[in-house]
Ligand binder design. Structure first.
Ligand code: ZN
Length: 66
């Protein structure tokens, strides 16, 4: 499936492409920056987590590059 056809975290159609930072919980200073497509539900989830970030699988995700 082509990039952008589905949400980064699930199989829903994405609503927006957003910039995020992610890191491993044990290495909070090693942030990786990328843009991903998200559905409405997962955008909300990320926004609700705010600066604390949203732990998912091996990473913590946060909206924005800083
Ligand atoms: Zn999703």
């Amino acid at each position: 499936m082509a990039d952008g056809d589905r949400c980064y975290f699930c199989t829903q159609r994405p609503r927006e492409e957003i910039a995020i930072a992610r890191w491993h919980p044990e290495e909070p200073d090693e942030q990786e920056r990328l843009t991903i497509h998200l559905c409405g539900k997962h955008m909300e989830r990320l926004q609700k987590a705010g600066q604390r970030g949203w732990p998912q699988k091996d990473y913590v995700y946060k909206q924005g590059f800083w």
